[in-house]
Design a protein around this ligand. Sequence first.
Ligand SMILES: C[S@@+](CC[C@H](N)C(=O)[O-])C[C@H]1O[C@@H](n2cnc3c(N)ncnc32)[C@H](O)[C@@H]1O
Length: 186
Amino acid sequence: VIEDRDKWNQTYHNQPPKRGTSPIVERFSGLATGRVALDVACGQGSNAKYLADEGFTVDAVDISIEGLKSLKEHAPQVRSLCVDLDVFDIPASRYDLIINIRYLNRRLVPQMIEGLRPGGVLIFETYLLTGEEDRRRFRKDYLLRENELLHLFLPLRILFYEERSEPSESTPGTVASLVAMKPTFR
Ligand SMILES: C[S@@+](CC[C@H](N)C(=O)[O-])C[C@H]1O[C@@H](n2cnc3c(N)ncnc32)[C@H](O)[C@@H]1O
C-alpha cells in the first residue's frame, strides 16, 4: 500500500533505530535448529541484526527503503530486500526461523507455514483490536482479533501463546505473541 510505504519512509527518515531487539526474539530464536532466517517487515532491522549476530543467515524484507538503509548501515551482512508484502511471495521450505514482529498481513500466513523447513520455528507478535478506541484510531485490517493468531497457525505445533496489555500512547494497547514449530512429519 503506497500510503504505508510513504508513512514508514517518513518515520524512519533520519531517525536512529528506535526499537531494540524484541524480547520474544531474544527468548525463542535459539529454538531454531538451522541457521537460515527471514524477518518479515523488518523495519530498521534491529531483530534482523540480532539474528545475524547470533549466527543466522538473514533475509529481511520491508517496503520502506529508509528502514532498510538504516539496517544496511548497522548490519551489512543481512540480505535486505525492498518489497511490497501485498505481492511478494515467501519461498517454500527455505527457512529455519521466520519472525514477524508488529506487522500483519493475513495473505502471508499459508506462505509462512510453507516457507518453514520441517522443524523450523515461527515467532509472530503484533497488535490486537480490543476496544472501540482502537477501532477509531487504527486500521482494523492491521489488527488481530482475540485468539485469531492462535487459529491462524494451528497447522503448526504451538509452543507459546499469549495476549497481554501493553499500554502506549501511539500503538494499540494489546499485543498477541505466538511461537510455533513446523512438525517434522505430517
Ligand atoms: C510497526 S513496523 C515494525 C517493524 C519491525 N518489524 C519492528 O518490530 O521494529 C511495521 C513495518 O511494516 C512495514 N510494512 C508496512 N506495509 C508493508 C508492505 N505492504 N510490504 C512490506 N512492508 C510493509 C513498514 O515499512 C514497517 O517497517
